[in-house]
Design a protein around this ligand. Sequence first.
Ligand code: ROI
Length: 162
Amino acid sequence: MSQVLAYIGLGSNLDRPRRQLEQALQELAGLPSSRLHARSPLYRTDPIGPPGQPDYVNAVAALQTGLSAYQLLDALQSIEQAHDRVRAERWGPRTLDLDILLFGDALISGERLQVPHPEMAGRPFVLYPLADIAPQLEVPGLGPLAMLLGTCPPVGLERIHG
Ligand code: ROI
C-alpha cells in the first residue's frame, strides 16, 4: 500500500485544551493504516479571530498513512466529533480542531478539503510547530518552510514545557 506523510494541525481552546490535544495525538496514532511519525511540542497561542475567547493550545503532527486524503479527513472529523466539538460559530472557540495542512506533495482544491491548508502561510501557530518537526520542509505550491517563517514572525505563541 502506498504511504504518504500527512501533516495535521491540532488546536483547542475549551475544556482542558492540553488534555484534548494529548488525547487527539493518541487517537491519530491509532488510525487504521497509519503511524504517528512525529509530533511537535504544545504551544500556548493568542487567539486569531474574534476577540474575547480563551488562549489556544496548538501543535502539529506528522502522520504516515495509507489512507486517502478524504479518508483521513473523515477520520479527523470523527475524532473532532468524539471530542464534543460543536460547530457553533465561525472562528469561535472549539474543543478540538484537526486540519490537514499537507498531504505528501498533493495539491487539493475541493469543496470539503483544500491542501495545502489555505491559511497556513500566515499562521504562526501552524508554521512554528511545523518547523519543530520538519525544518527542511518544502511546502507544495508555496516554497520552503524556512521562507514562510521569514514573513510570519513568532508573535503570540510560547512553547509549553512539561
Ligand atoms: N487561533 C489560534 N491561536 N489557534 C487556533 O488553532 C485557531 N483556530 C481557529 C481560529 C479561530 C482562526 N483562531 C485560532 O480556527
